[in-house]
Design a protein around this ligand. Structure first.
Ligand code: NAD
Length: 356
């Protein structure tokens, strides 16, 4: 089982180190190979996604990714900025299905900004389409407005589009995910205003015929945003497009107290995937040894479950994380009175110990 380890920048290197420690402690024959990506890729080879890194990612059975980015690269031309590495990997490996679970551990109820009765017991999954929508649709750019009230003025424009097979494949992924959980799926759209999302809704409804055991409902994105902070526990699995998913999944992240707790997976049609924490490279705390490594450690657990077919090992890691939280260990982002503040490496060590 070959795992490509791409630490990236900022806290990326610190949190990946802890996840690798945990993987090594499982006693499995993993073949782990590291390569630079993001700003580190640019420094080493002049490109955020160097050829050798992409080759390794293609050869591997799964990719464990830290985070990329630093303000110092903001003046580079867009194609050379660290964040392009993520878009490049998604595109080259056709990673179209993004899984973002939002689980609130009972010990962290106090770390959420919402009232305990609203969030305690929260366990939802957002499935976000990752390869299409207005983020990739052509044409796009800045031009002279061809018509309308502001004809002749400069205007910025993007194109929202989804092809039928694109909607079908993400709908299948979401229905199958719902089947393994609470058997309820909410498809989030904006069918009342957007043609693309009326089409989305029609296709999801059609795919539903193949999953009669799953309860499907449709919700407009504005209502979904409201329900996520009003009554988030009503959801089981949410499926939505690239842009709506981007926004809703970050809102869902905060329900759980800290973005430092949230893993994610981006999968292709054969369950090969890239696994990464939901957060970025946090340049503000990089090098201080205080970043929370749990999102990355939990991403490694998702990798074992979805790509490497080792569900028992995934359970072991997730149980170890629960155990260290129950022991009262907290990195500063989730620290509260009465708990023990620890750094990145101490948290990783505690998870390794709890595996036993
Ligand atoms: P960020 O997620 O890096 O940080 C936001 C806030 O959350 C910061 O205050 C940070 O200290 C805190 N935080 C994040 N992860 C944490 C952790 N594990 N433990 C404790 N605190 C944590 O977002 P940002 O500051 O907007 O972006 C920083 C850089 O990361 C930018 O260059 C951005 O483009 C990049 N970025 C990369 C990814 C990715 O690699 N997938 C995702 C988002 C942002």
């Amino acid at each position: 089982m070959k795992i490509a380890i791409l630490p990236g920048d900022g806290i990326g290197t610190e949190i990946i180190e802890e996840a690798v420690k945990v993987l090594n402690a499982l006693g499995q024959p993993f073949d782990m190979e590291s390569a630079p990506v993001g700003g580190a890729g640019y420094e080493a080879h002049g490109h955020p996604l160097p050829e050798g890194t992409l080759k390794l990612a293609k050869e591997a059975d799964a990719i464990l990714f830290g985070a990329v980015g630093d303000w110092k690269y903001d003046t580079l031309e867009r194609s050379l900025r660290p964040e392009q590495a993520i878009l490049g990997l998604r595109k080259h490996l056709t990673l179209f299905a993004n899984f973002r679970p939002a689980i609130l551990y009972p010990e962290l109820v106090g770390a959420s900004t919402l009232k305990p009765e609203v969030v305690s017991g929260l366990d939802i999954l957002i499935v976000r389409e990752l390869n299409g929508d207005i983020y990739f649709g052509q044409p796009r750019g800045v031009r002279e407005a061809p018509d309308g009230l502001f004809k002749g003025a400069r205007e910025g424009f993007d194109t929202m589009r989804y092809a039928e097979p694109e909607i079908r494949r993400i709908a299948h992924v979401a229905f199958q995910a719902a089947r393994k959980r609470g058997k309820r799926l909410t498809s989030v759209d904006k069918a009342n205003v957007l043609e693309t999302f009326q089409f989305w809704k029609d296709i999801v409804t059609d795919v539903h015929k193949e999953y009669p055991d799953i309860e499907l409902d449709h919700m407009y994105v504005d209502n979904a945003a409201m329900q996520l902070v009003r009554a988030p526990k009503k959801f089981d699995v949410i499926v939505t497009g690239n842009m709506f998913g981007d926004i809703l999944s970050d809102a869902a992240a905060m329900l759980t107290g800290s973005i430092g707790m949230l893993p994610s997976a981006s999968l292709d049609a054969n369950s090969k995937g890239l696994y990464e924490p939901s957060h970025g490279s946090a340049p503000d705390i990089a090098g201080k040894g205080i970043a929370n490594p749990l999102a990355t450690i939990l991403s490694a657990a998702m990798m074992l479950r979805f790509s490497l077919n080792l569900p028992a090992e995934a359970d072991r890691i997730e149980n170890a994380v629960k155990k260290v939280l129950a022991q009262g260990l907290r990195t500063p982002d989730i620290h509260e009175a009465g708990t023990t503040k620890v750094g990145t490496a101490e948290m990783g060590d505690a998870v390794v110990k709890a595996l036993a």
